[in-house]
Design a protein around this ligand. Structure first.
Ligand SMILES: [Zn+2]
Length: 146
């Protein structure tokens, strides 16, 4: 009984992260952490607006999760290859590409989403993406000074 009450108080909308008394329970098909394998999961939303936004984003994530993960690995491989082959100029370009990738595909881990909600996680990841991009651009600029 005590636990039930606690859950009632802490239940939040998955999209906007607002606490609401009458959350709507929806079933949604989500792609797995590594971009493969879908599973149905139950999520709580506060309004039709949030449900629509959430479904749209999940659809987008399901479509591109695998491509996103492959691209991240691709960029990391490029970085490793460029250091092995001693072409340092490629590294900042790969860092910029990573930043752009994260801005285009702002996919957080389920844990992050659970804490701050999908909407906020997208914003935070995009900000991080911009920071990574500018870091890459800055390193590129430093290389140009040599
Ligand atoms: Zn909401």
């Amino acid at each position: 009984m005590k636990k039930e009450r606690l859950e009632e108080v802490t239940m939040k909308c998955v999209w906007c992260n607002k606490k609401a008394p009458n959350l709507k329970e929806i079933r949604i098909s989500v792609v797995g952490r590594f971009g493969v394998g879908k599973h149905d999961t139950t999520m709580n939303v506060c309004s039709n607006y949030c449900e629509k936004k959430l479904r749209g984003f999940v659809e987008y994530a399901n479509k591109y999760a695998l491509l996103f993960i492959c691209s991240i690995f691709g960029a990391l491989l490029v970085m490793i290859a460029s250091s092995v082959l001693r072409i340092p100029m490629v590294i900042p370009i790969a860092v910029c590409m990573l930043g752009i990738l994260v801005i285009i595909f702002p996919f957080a881990t389920p844990e992050t989403v659970g804490i701050i909600g999908v909407k906020k996680s997208i914003t935070i990841i995009r900000v991080l993406g911009f920071m990574v991009f500018f870091m890459g651009a800055f390193i590129f600029w430093l290389f140009m000074q040599i």
